[in-house]
Design a protein around this ligand. Structure first.
Ligand SMILES: [Ca+2]
Ligand SMILES: [Ca+2]
Ligand SMILES: [Ca+2]
Length: 843
């Protein structure tokens, strides 16, 4: 509607805002549907379908949200206590949610416990617009007057460079955050989550507050893009438009009105008119493997369709000829799978196309990017992960690539003992004792060696690092990959990408992981939970890891920011902390991985292999005693018992493993089959045969996924998207098929690769950075996310489910970790899967 209006009238007339009666026959009323959100063509308005209840406070996916022509461009509609809230600013609890279809409204109760401050937000559909009204039974608490307001946040990547018109004045959303700010005294700052501070005030005792880009009563956003056009009108209060990226790169554009002081009842009313394009139908999303296909493999595209779209009976494959011309080489029927959450799905089988070459898919007017059919298309699927992503995440070394330093040597000052009774923002904590010989804030020597950054952040998650060492050992023992394109010098603490050094990279990566775990065992005495930032304003660091801390030992006798005369210490409390509360099951896992790693390191680094074995034996003994004395029973980890049996040959571990695996498989084959299969090379034939029923059960599970969803893989609906489960699924298939090809065909493994490489909901980009010739994803939540970029080889968690029916993976906005962050654990699992897959396919 708005589109037609502005076609008739040039921009100068825009302030007339003639949102005249809808002249189309289509009913555009925003009505509450069965899933309890407001919907009309191209517009979904969600009211607290997703609440502020994630593990990390404001995750930018809660409150009042708008999915506008298929893209979730608006969220965060809530009473907030600052102009541009950051991740660790307070969020309201949702105390009630009432859906009233009679008067087409949804009401939520919001509460800030810290201020005993309650409010009600009522959203009412009114024709093709909706009203947001705020009601107070008691006035805004005095200490929040001037801070409490209603905020609504707009996705920067969908609005930047587009225009807005506020009270008749046109302007443009900025591509980069450049706008005015003021510095205000800290005493005026609303406290942040658990009293943390997201900023370092450098001794000024002031915080930075963004000033509005614009102020008015009526704003028309993106009139130049009908899919994004929205008008917001405020009855009384000023509307202020802010740029949240000023304080935090993951901030959104924020529209905000302050709540008035001293008033009760209806204190605020906004009218919001999201444009709905007449007869809009979302373009079909043709899912296929961007990496391509082997000639004789099954090839099935899954086409995701708007429920208003007509299903076409046929689709085609076109070949790109040597002279650039194209030719349709195959036309076949589509097969309707049916509805799955928001969309309809059809499948298109083109397995008959087998001749090597360059192709694309055509469905109606939609055609895909090109893909390759050839024997070797999968040969390089793990190279970026192995050559680039993993070495960049090596901690305590400098990492160079060509002309670029990815990071210098981080944390040269080492790690301090975390003080007792300390909560941590990354979901850890130090208990009432240190469980070490160190006092709080005392230096624990020797920990700044080896290990891997966890993910988009720079901590060492000990549990993940143990898993990484375990997986790298397993990769080495199963596949013996001799790939050597990384130079690692532990003495120089220097890593250079793409430079062979005569040593297999996997062994070097394994050594790097073991160095930190052995250092923890030797210096702490047991495993830490994590080695991590002590202050929040270091935790959200973006850029070079070596610049997070100042490299100088913290000396509390100095003033903040003061350096000692000898230049070796500073008064800046930025040193990293070790959280050392003892968890014997962690020690048990460490013992296991060190026993396994010592096998692999023998002949490569004999000294480290011997230290690893020594610590393994000690930790195993101590952990077993601790677990027994705490009544937890010894060795509840069947994978660990298997590894200990392989390392020691001792019957007790074999007995325990067999007992556990039998019980676990009888409950369900789905979670424990991989561990059971891993044992086959070390067991007799009878053991292998005993697994047959479990493998058959897994085959039923694989088949059942064909009716669960159109992609035939496990699709997670949690707050962290599910690529990891698809990788595990693929790994299990590869191993099961290699031992039981009569039950599980190797063809099943292509379901996992296809999904990861583009055959999935929302868009069809490869979820692995830089892998997938025509269209890998462009942005990931790595430590370079502020550049809207990626680190090659990263595997995105992928399709994040938003309640009640929306899958999402932003590819122009990296900052939602549940969609776009990769982890060291997840990416090493992908490497394991990729190598197993290539092995199975004879590559
Ligand atoms: Ca972390
Ligand atoms: Ca190497
Ligand atoms: Ca320091």
């Amino acid at each position: 509607m708005i589109k037609q209006f502005f076609k008739l009238f040039p921009l100068a007339a825009a302030s007339l805002f003639v949102f005249a009666a809808c002249n189309s026959a289509e009913n555009k009323d925003l009505k509450i549907n069965d899933l309890e959100y407001f919907a009309n063509r191209g517009v979904n308005v969600l009211v607290y379908s997703n609440t502020f209840s994630g593990g990390f406070n404001d995750e930018k996916d809660s409150g009042i949200e708008i999915i506008h022509h298929g893209v979730r461009t608006v969220q965060g509609g809530a009473i907030r206590l600052s102009n541009t809230p950051e991740q660790w600013d307070l969020v309201p609890a949702t105390t009630s949610r009432e859906v009233n279809t009679d008067d087409n409204s949804i009401e939520v109760g919001l509460r800030y416990d810290d201020y005993d401050f309650d409010s009600r937000v009522v959203v009412t559909g009114k024709g093709d617009a909706f009203e947001i009204a705020v009601y107070l039974d008691k006035p805004v608490p005095a200490e929040l007057v001037g801070d409490a307001g209603f905020n609504l946040e707009f996705l920067p990547s969908q609005y930047w460079l587009k225009t807005y018109i506020i009270d008749g004045k046109p302007d443009r959303f900025p591509r980069y955050a450049v706008s005015n700010t003021v510095a205000r005294p800290n005493s005026e700052k609303i406290k942040q989550y658990k009293g943390y501070k997201t900023y370092d005030d450098r001794g000024t005792d002031q915080f930075v507050d963004p000033l509005p880009l614009a102020t008015g009563h009526e704003i028309l956003m993106a009139p130049d893009d009908p899919e994004r056009t929205i008008k917001v009108t405020s009855e009384g209060a000023d509307l202020n438009l802010y740029d949240g990226r000023i304080l935090a790169q993951n901030g959104w554009f924020v529209l905000r009105s302050l709540l008035p002081a001293g008033q009760t009842g209806k204190v605020l009313s906004w009218t919001i008119e999201p444009n709905s394009i007449d007869g809009w139908i979302r373009e079909p999303n043709i899912g296929f493997s961007q990496v391509g296909y082997m000639p004789d493999q099954p090839k099935v595209a899954v086409i995701e369709l708007d429920k208003n779209d007509k299903i076409l009976g046929k689709a085609s494959i076109c070949k790109v000829n040597d002279d650039g011309s194209t030719k349709t080489v195959f036309t076949g029927p589509t097969d309707t799978w049916g509805p799955y959450f928001k969309y309809n799905y059809v499948k298109f089988d083109f397995s008959k196309v087998q001749e090597p070459g360059v192709y694309f898919i055509k469905y109606g007017d939609t055609q895909t990017g090109n893909f390759i059919i050839n024997d070797d298309v999968y040969d390089h699927i793990t190279d970026a992960t192995s050559d680039v992503w993993i070495p960049i995440h090596m901690n305590h070394v400098t990492v160079n690539e060509g002309y670029r330093i990815w990071h210098g040597e981080p944390f040269r000052e080492g790690y301090l003992q975390a003080p007792v009774n300390t909560d941590h923002f990354d979901l850890h904590g130090q208990g009432p004792t240190t469980d070490t010989k160190y006092k709080g804030l005392e230096l624990i020597p020797g920990l700044n060696v080896g290990g891997y950054f966890d993910a988009g952040d720079f901590d060492i998650e000990t549990g993940s690092n143990i898993g990484v060492v375990q997986n790298l050992t397993s990769i080495w023992e199963r596949f013996h990959p001799m790939r050597d394109y990384t130079f690692v010098d532990e003495y120089q603490r220097y890593v250079d990408l793409h430079r062979p050094d005569g040593k297999p990279d996997i062994i070097e990566y394994l050594e790097h992981g073991v160095l930190n775990i052995v250092a923890q065992a030797e210096n702490i005495g047991h495993m830490s939970q994590t080695l991590t930032n002590s202050v929040l304003d270091n935790y959200h660091h973006l850029g070079d890891a070596a610049s997070i801390t100042d490299g100088l030992h913290y000396d509390p006798r100095l003033k903040p920011y003061q350096k000692s005369a000898d230049g070796k210490s500073s008064g800046t409390p930025d040193d990293m902390w070790a959280f050392t509360s003892r968890n014997p099951s962690s020690d048990f896992r460490a013992a296991t991985c060190l026993a396994a790693a010592s096998r692999a390191l023998k002949g490569y680094n004999d000294d480290l292999a011997a230290r690893a074995l020594k610590e393994s034996k000690r930790l195993l003994k101590e952990a077993t005693e601790l677990m027994q004395s705490s009544g937890r029973g010894a060795g509840n980890d069947m994978a660990a018992n298997l590894q200990l049996y392989i390392s020691t040959g001792e019957q007790q571990y074999l007995d325990r493993f067999k007992d556990q695996i039998n019980r676990s498989l009888s409950r369900s084959a789905i979670n424990s089959l991989t561990t059971a299969l891993e044992a086959i090379p070390y067991m007799d034939d009878a053991y292998k045969e005993s697994l047959r029923p479990a493998v058959e059960q897994y085959k039923h599970y694989i088949d059942s996924l064909e009716t669960d969803n159109p992609y035939g893989v496990p699709i997670g609906l949690g707050n962290w998207a599910g690529s990891g489960s698809v990788v595990s699924f693929g790994s299990t298939i590869c191993m099961a098929s290699s031992y039981f090809p009569d039950i599980i065909s190797k063809d099943e493994a292509f379901k996992a690769t296809s999904f990861l490489f583009g055959c999935h909901p929302y868009h069809n980009y490869s979820l692995v950075a830089a892998v997938g010739a025509a269209r890998p994803k462009q942005v990931f939540y790595g430590n370079n996310r502020a550049d809207l970029s990626f680190i090659p080889g990263n595997v995105a968690p992928g399709l994040l489910f938003r309640k009640p029916d929306h899958f999402e993976n932003y590819d122009d906005w990296p900052f939602l970790w549940g969609q776009n962050e990769g982890t060291i654990g997840g990416n090493v699992s992908y490497l394991t899967f990729g190598l197993a897959f290539k092995n199975l396919m004879g590559r």
